[in-house]
Design a protein around this ligand. Structure first.
Ligand SMILES: C[S@@+](CC[C@H](N)C(=O)[O-])C[C@H]1O[C@@H](n2cnc3c(N)ncnc32)[C@H](O)[C@@H]1O
Ligand code: SF4
Ligand code: SF4
Length: 406
């Protein structure tokens, strides 16, 4: 019996179980492996996969050339004030994704009170503002009953640049799709398993598939009709091969509107919480073995939690790590003071020393400072420096570029 191995999923299957028309002699990912992706959707899969590979290679080449520029100048500008502000409107979630540390969260569930929201935003605006991310460390911002009024308020402030959210999209209809599209938000990243009911139930472990699907479909339709005011990205976290996911019938009306697509090819263990045993076999665990310089996330901008704690990083691994990554409290100090304070400086310098806290020491979301060696990184630092000097600036032309922290 001949076994066909899939390099993406590591699944093996035999000829008796598959339609021969779907076998290609070699896999695009791993040479000398047979591939059992359906042939007709290989081009779409190849495009998405290759685009991601090209993006990564291009950034590496750019960062390599960027070694001719002094990194210290770029970092000094990023340390001078927060380039972006992240607000965790709530740490409550309405899903229970198999890959997400939310299932182990120990922090008390909270909603951000108005005093915390107002204090964080007014501090930020007073020092020049910039982009605001509403993606929580874990949880979903659409659960916050004040989500829409808060976005509209942020948009009313001239110092606020891009407003951005990653969401599971289950509750979008609560606010009205059109109302969200016209709220002033610039970018919506929709994280989802994909558009197959069974897979969604396995991966997102809730019963809201049809609601999510309707919301996403309406979102891309209305966005197209309105002339695409919002940059929409569908961020796939499937447990099936990507090309099969791309061919799912429910996905086709969404793809017809050509949203940007992204996918996660490896997941963080979030300090050992997400184990090989928990993850479906098709999902890879990211492994980081060395952390030779400060993590890029410690320069991008802080995350304010509902209780006012300011975190030096907004990644999922920081979920319960207020002890290791807390750098102050917004109700006690000004944001500018916190960002320039001793705690964040110590956090950055501890990467090269033996004093690294246990959250960062076990974190596979760690990324080195490569981004700040690229042209985009230097442009960002220049923009931040201009805001230090009191200029109110917008990055409208970079509407589609990803956030550093995103
Ligand atoms: C924690 S969620 C919070 C926002 C919202 N609930 C959502 O899922 O979009 C933010 C992002 O982290 C991703 N994420 C969750 N757990 C992860 C893990 N273990 N590794 C990598 N990314 C993860 C999610 O897929 C999502 O895109
Ligand atoms: S990934 Fe997002 S939607 Fe899924 S459980 Fe985590 S916080 Fe909730
Ligand atoms: S190592 Fe992980 S937890 Fe630490 S700052 Fe980087 S992304 Fe955040």
């Amino acid at each position: 019996m001949k076994l066909y191995a899939c390099a993406m999923t590591r699944d093996r299957t035999d000829t008796a179980q598959m339609d021969k028309a779907h076998i290609r002699p070699y896999c695009v990912v791993r040479p000398n492996h047979y591939c059992y992706y359906p042939r007709n959707i290989m081009p779409e899969f190849n495009r998405l996969f290759l685009e991601k590979v090209v993006r990564v290679l291009w950034r590496k080449a750019d960062a390599c050339a960027g070694r001719l520029y002094p990194l210290s100048d770029t970092l000094a500008s990023m340390a001078a004030r927060p380039f972006e502000l992240h607000l965790e409107l709530t740490n409550l979630c309405n899903a229970d994704c198999v890959f997400c540390p939310y299932q182990f969260q120990e922090r008390e569930v909270q909603f951000m009170p108005d005093e915390v929201f107002q204090k964080a935003v007014s501090d930020y605006v007073a020092i020049g503002g910039g982009s605001v991310g509403l993606t929580p460390i874990v949880g979903d911002a659409l659960i916050d009953p004040k989500f829409l009024e808060r976005v509209r308020y942020l948009r009313s402030l001239p110092q606020v640049d891009r407003i951005w959210l990653t969401t599971n999209c289950i509750l979008l209809d609560k606010f009205g799709v059109e109302a969200v599209l016209q709220s002033g938000i610039n970018a919506l990243n929709i994280s989802t398993a994909g558009f197959d009911a069974e897979m969604y139930r396995r991966v997102y472990r809730n019963a809201s598939y049809q609601r999510m699907r309707r919301n996403v479909t309406e979102l891309v339709e209305r966005n197209s009709a309105l002339g695409s005011p919002v940059a929409i990205t569908i961020a796939l976290r499937p447990d099936r091969p990507l090309d099969a996911v791309m061919a799912d019938p429910d996905f086709q009306p969404i793809l017809a509107h050509k949203p940007q697509l992204d996918f996660t090819w490896s997941f963080t263990s979030a300090n050992g919480r997400i184990t090989r045993e928990i993850l479906p076999s098709s999902m890879k665990l990211r492994v980081v073995n060395s952390r030779p310089e400060a993590c890029v996330n410690t320069y991008n901008g802080p995350m304010v939690l509902p209780d006012g704690t300011v975190m030096g990083c907004s990644c999922v691994a920081a979920m319960d790590a207020t002890k290791d990554l807390g750098i102050g409290n917004i109700m006690r100090s000004h944001l500018a003071e916190i960002w320039a304070g001793e705690a964040v400086r110590k956090l950055r310098s501890s990467f090269a020393a033996s004093s690294l806290n246990s959250t960062c020491a076990g974190c596979d979301m760690y990324r080195d400072l490569e981004f700040y060696r690229t042209r985009a990184g230097r442009r960002r630092a220049k923009l931040n420096q201009a805001r230090v000097e009191g200029k109110v600036l917008k990055t409208a032309s970079a509407r589609r570029s990803p956030f550093a922290g995103g």
